[in-house]
Design a protein around this ligand. Structure first.
Ligand SMILES: Cc1cc2nc3c(=O)[nH]c(=O)nc-3n(C[C@H](O)[C@H](O)[C@H](O)COP(=O)(O)O)c2cc1C
Length: 388
């Protein structure tokens, strides 16, 4: 899962206007939001507002999303909707989603204190809690109608925090700058041809997403990705080894650097300005070495930066070379990836790696790249904590 898909159900209470802020916070942090607005809620805030905040076309069909979401959050949740949820009614998009959805459900009730205190509402909330629905708030305060008591919807920031917890997102990298490189560089031979490699960028994108989920401020240096970059992070296009080098230098003060891109070790010495004509002659190309970015970073870093390199190599000998690489390039952690196997690694959705550290080595069994990314970032975080 790269971007969490969140259904935001809005029901007919005055607090509906606060759901705008919730949608904004979710979108800003990179989540894919589908608003579900009840007909009553439309009396308070138009669905069009929520779709604009979710960066969706107003006519987007919500139905395909109902069964594919990672989280359903209902804010505000009216007494009426809580009653329907408790009894399994499905007469609008929000209540239909609640029955169709299989992931976590979060409800943020909002109503006047007498409605909240009523035995019917108490029983409905209890039923929902027993069924595993997460209830946030309501808090004590002034309700929209000017009454004091318990019934005021939890603040959007609090609901947002709870959403992140339910999605397994944490703040362990909050305030940290993380630089990730991803993809494979292409070194031009002429105006249309290049020397490239098979890296898709999936591993680097998964790492960037994992760091974002942990609250980091992430910059992704993207070299010809064949997968979309995550939302909610800064993306800089770095198509060639030189562009990658320049961008890495510009961001070299990051707290954590994850160098997952396959950067060319050699590039054509002379790039032809136009397309070389097909004349039947042999085309001899001279390749010159590019700057070793990892080595440069390893020799210059300061401020307790944690540096993670990647080694794509073959078998046991490759593993031995990766161990040497960690020491010779001054890297904290090398992620070894056996590219002699066709089922993992380059351009595959799964990977199996060995994390080579100074103190220990850890084999991560074959798993989807997002799980591998979580293990790598976890280890890097450990090293950051040790530095602190
Ligand atoms: C001005 C106004 C404010 C309302 N505020 C709330 C509220 O805060 N909480 C609530 O449970 N119902 C509130 N209601 C009642 C709901 O709108 C009503 O129960 C409606 O049927 C809810 O439909 P829904 O749950 O499908 O959105 C309010 C009604 C009006 C006219």
């Amino acid at each position: 899962m790269l971007v969490a898909r969140v259904l935001v159900g809005v029901t007919g209470g005055i607090a509906a206007y606060k759901a705008c802020e919730l949608v904004r916070l979710l979108v800003k942090s990179g989540h894919d939001v589908m608003p579900l607005i009840t007909p009553s809620a439309e009396h308070f805030v138009r669905a069009r507002t929520f779709f604009a905040l979710a960066r969706r076309a107003a006519g987007d069909d919500p139905y395909p999303h109902l069964t594919q979401a990672d989280l359903l959050v209902i804010a505000p949740a009216t007494a009426n909707t809580l009653a329907k949820l408790a009894h399994g009614l499905a007469d609008n998009l929000v209540t239909e989603a609640a029955l169709a959805h299989r992931g976590p459900v979060l409800a943020a009730p909002a109503m006047n204190p007498r409605m909240w205190a009523h035995p019917a509402t108490r029983a409905n909330v209890e039923t929902l809690r027993e069924r595993g629905v997460d209830i946030v708030g309501p808090g004590e305060g002034d309700t929209g109608e000017g009454e004091w008591g318990i019934g005021r919807m939890a603040e959007p920031e609090e609901i947002f925090r709870r959403c992140r917890e339910l999605l397994g997102e944490t703040d362990t990298l909050r305030g940290r700058r993380v630089l990730v490189t991803a993809g494979g560089t292409r070194e031009p031979l002429d105006s249309v041809r290049f020397l490239g490699n098979r890296s898709s960028g999936r591993m680097g994108v998964a790492l960037a997403e994992e760091a974002r989920k942990r609250g980091a401020d992430v910059t992704l240096l993207a070299a010809n990705l064949s997968v979309p970059p995550p939302h909610g992070i800064e993306v800089v296009e770095t198509p060639t080894a030189q562009a990658m080098l320049d961008a890495v230098r510009a961001h070299a003060d990051a707290d954590l650097v994850l160098m997952a891109a396959a950067v060319a070790d050699y590039r054509p010495r002379n790039e032809l300005q136009d397309k070389r004509a097909k004349d039947g002659d042999v085309w001899q190309v001279t390749l010159e070495p590019t700057t070793d970015i990892l080595r440069e970073l390893g020799s210059r870093r300061e401020n307790g930066q944690v540096l993670v390199g990647f080694a794509a190599d073959h078998g046991e000998q490759g593993l031995a070379r990766a161990r040497e690489k960690r020491v010779s390039k001054g890297v904290d952690l090398v992620v070894f990836n056996d590219v002699s196997r066709g089922d993992i690694g380059f351009d595959a959705p799964e990977n199996e790696v060995v994390l080579l550290g100074a103190e220990s080595e850890q084999r991560i069994d074959r798993a989807p790249k997002d799980r591998i990314a979580a293990a790598i970032v976890e280890k890097a975080e450990e090293l950051l904590r040790e530095r602190a």
